[in-house]
Design a protein. Structure first.
Length: 333
């Protein structure tokens, strides 16, 4: 009997070994829905469909162009109870608004629409009188969230989460991968990034920071710097060089200054922020485009968990860079 049993057991062990899931890096590149995204992660199995479900839930929460989404219903003053995704974005936006004296304000939707960066591409009707008329129902302090309900001081208030939406998507996918015990991954949604662990070569994830040029089609790949992320970080870049309009011979970027109702007119061409989460990085990157370099330095002191890298134009129209001391470790070996 032993001569029969031993070969059978050996065969079973060999078959079991062949079927053992193998840990490997997998990559998902998706162009579904509204924003292309890419996820690279090390795991024994694929989580592509679960990632797609996360993205569908995300768009249902904060896509203003979908009339059935939660944010669209909030904007139309329907009686809707918001979900956990909407709540997380709303609370983060309010936190950053308070930390930046309103440089980030998700109630700027009327200004965004007027300047042609919302539901239309037409900014021809913008006048100072129009901006003044919109100002009365813009202001993050005029809206609150109580027991899952959005409370507005004026029903004409509109919300737009585009300033931190892609960052939120990165964090949601990261939460999914964390729950599956995935420790090495890189998530990129609309140019914003979330990382954990190391890349397939066992090294830090290398994330390029593009040199800002007028590039509405997004074809410029020249890099100004490369950030090396060897752990759990969120990175986001905000800039006006790809999304802008021309009016009366001037270029106007899509980042709106909430205090004026006009596109931000700082000398900063792009702002890259590294933070504990990508949603925070996304929100602060937008705020820095409004705040400018001097206030960025103050913010770095007040918020030590943030690191920033600014690309700007000096008085001689030359491109220059400035970074916080905390950013040094991400670009220096």
């Amino acid at each position: 009997m032993k001569r029969i049993i031993i070969p059978i057991i050996t065969a079973v062990l060999l078959l079991t070994g062949c079927n053992t899931p193998r840990m490997e890096y997998r990559e998902m590149v998706c162009h579904e829905l509204h924003t292309p995204y890419r996820v690279k992660y090390e795991a024994t199995e694929q989580y592509d469909e679960e990632i797609r479900n996360v993205m569908r839930d995300y768009y249902h929460a904060i896509n203003p162009f979908d009339s059935t989404s939660i944010i669209a219903q909030v904007n139309s003053n329907a009686d809707v109870t918001v979900d956990s995704i909407f709540t997380a974005v709303f609370n983060t936006a309010r936190l950053v608004a308070q930390a930046t004296d309103g440089a980030l304000d998700v109630t700027c939707a009327p200004y965004i629409n007027a300047w042609g960066f919302g539901f239309t591409n037409d900014s021809s009707s913008v006048t100072q009188a129009l901006i003044d008329s919109l100002r009365q129902f813009v202001g993050y302090e005029k809206v609150s969230l109580v027991d899952g309900k959005v409370i507005k001081q004026d029903p004409r208030l509109l919300l737009n989460f585009s300033a931190l939406g892609d960052g939120c998507a990165c964090d949601l996918i990261a939460q999914l991968l964390d729950s599956r015990n995935v420790t090495n991954y890189m998530i990129e949604v609309g140019g914003e990034v979330r990382t954990s662990g190391v890349n397939p070569r066992g090294m830090a994830w290398h994330i390029g920071i593009v040199t800002p040029e007028d590039d509405p089609e997004g074809k410029n790949n020249e890099l100004q710097a490369i950030a090396k992320l060897d752990g759990r970080y969120g990175l986001a870049t905000s800039g006006n060089y790809r999304n802008f309009h021309e009016k009366d011979g001037r270029k106007y970027g899509h980042t709106i200054d909430p205090t004026t109702g006009y596109p931000a007119q700082q000398d900063v061409l792009s702002a890259t922020v590294i933070a504990p989460t990508t949603m925070l990085a996304d929100a602060y990157a937008t705020a820095l485009m409004v705040m400018g370099r001097e206030r960025a330095r103050e913010l770095a002191t007040e918020q030590p968990s943030l690191a920033y890298y600014l690309i700007y134009i000096d008085e001689n129209d030359s491109i220059r860079t400035e970074q916080s001391a905390s950013f040094d470790k991400f670009v220096n070996d």
